[in-house]
Design a protein around this ligand. Structure first.
Ligand SMILES: O=c1[nH]c(=O)c2[nH]c(=O)[nH]c2[nH]1
Length: 300
């Protein structure tokens, strides 16, 4: 005998673009997103007994996404995710939870002849703003905001020494190294009871604070390790955004190896003379942490 242990279904990769046109100034503002909606509820019979009467078609979910985008602001993505999730849980009595993920792509306004252009934009990097939300009937709306794919590098101001050494250790200590990573940072909001509670939150301000703290700390910290630098970032984000209950980072350590060129006419390219390096694509360190305000340590 088999049983359905867990099920959810929906539409992934819904591509969405919305333009706002200010008739007076002629200035237009654009937002582009990729949306994923996954529904949970009393849907077991659609799997076990071919009962499609309980299925809100994934095409309906996509159409709903477009309609809600027309009727509501889609930025900040946290609020739009909560609008979508609440719609499905409130509209269908047999749908009890909606998982909504929104990836927001960058369109940065062009400066032309020193002035912001009214309707032209460019992609200034692959960085993404991401929202993962779950709206659950009778519980509320949980939201995790994220920065992904923010590639950063500092050419000095980073050290790594004093680490455990034994017969397996080959890595030399360093007091001056290149530090580069692709930032994945998340901040989990305290549970919102209802949509109205989400509406008053400054999600854009929190995103900007998290991004600024990440960049500034990365730049100015005399880094003892990726671990210590990321912890400092988490502490500051918790301080800056009172409604956030946990901050997490996942930072790959993108290594740049020294190249000994002394074999060629005694060329000096190591230690303080190192200027030409070999960027490594793999393997890479991967350092992760979650920092919360208080309470007992949970096993992650
Ligand atoms: O900041 C670092 N943390 C580590 O845990 C580690 N391990 C390593 O080889 N290099 C580094 N750098």
């Amino acid at each position: 005998m088999a049983q359905l242990s867990y099920a959810r279904y929906g539409k992934d990769n819904i591509r969405l673009y919305k333009v706002e046109k200010d008739a007076k100034s002629g200035v237009q503002t654009v937002v582009e997103q990729t949306v994923c909606i996954l529904l949970e509820g009393d849907i077991d019979t659609s799997y076990t007994r071919a009962d499609n009467s309980v299925v809100v078609a994934t095409d309906t979910q996509k159409q709903t996404c477009y309609i809600l985008a027309k009727q509501n602001p889609i930025n900040p993505p946290e609020k739009f995710a909560a609008v979508i999730g609440t719609h499905f849980v409130e509209t269908y009595s047999h749908i009890h939870a909606a998982h909504v993920k929104i990836i927001q792509h960058r369109w940065t306004r062009m400066n032309v002849d020193g002035k912001p252009h009214p309707h032209s934009f460019f992609r200034d990097g692959e960085e993404l703003r991401v929202v993962e939300s779950v709206t659950r009937e009778g519980e509320g709306i949980s939201i995790r905001s994220k920065i992904e794919k923010l590639l950063v590098l500092k050419s000095t101001g980073s050290a790594f020494h004093g680490f455990h050494r034994d017969e397996y250790t080959q890595l030399p200590e360093t007091w001056d190294r290149i530090l580069s990573t692709e930032v994945e940072a998340g901040w989990k909001w305290k549970l919102f009871k209802k949509l109205a509670d989400v509406k008053s939150v400054d999600f854009d301000g929190a995103w900007k604070a998290a991004r600024d703290i990440t960049m500034k700390t990365f730049a100015v910290d005399s880094s003892a390790s990726v671990q210590n630098t990321m912890y400092k970032m988490c502490e500051q984000i918790l301080d800056a955004v009172p409604l956030v209950e946990a901050v997490d980072y996942a930072l790959p350590n993108k290594h740049y190896f020294e190249i000994d060129l002394s074999w060629h006419k005694g060329l000096k390219n190591t230690g303080k003379d190192a200027t030409v390096f070999a960027p490594q694509s793999n393997p890479n360190g991967l350092i992760e942490c979650t920092v919360t305000r208080a309470g007992p340590k949970s096993k992650l």
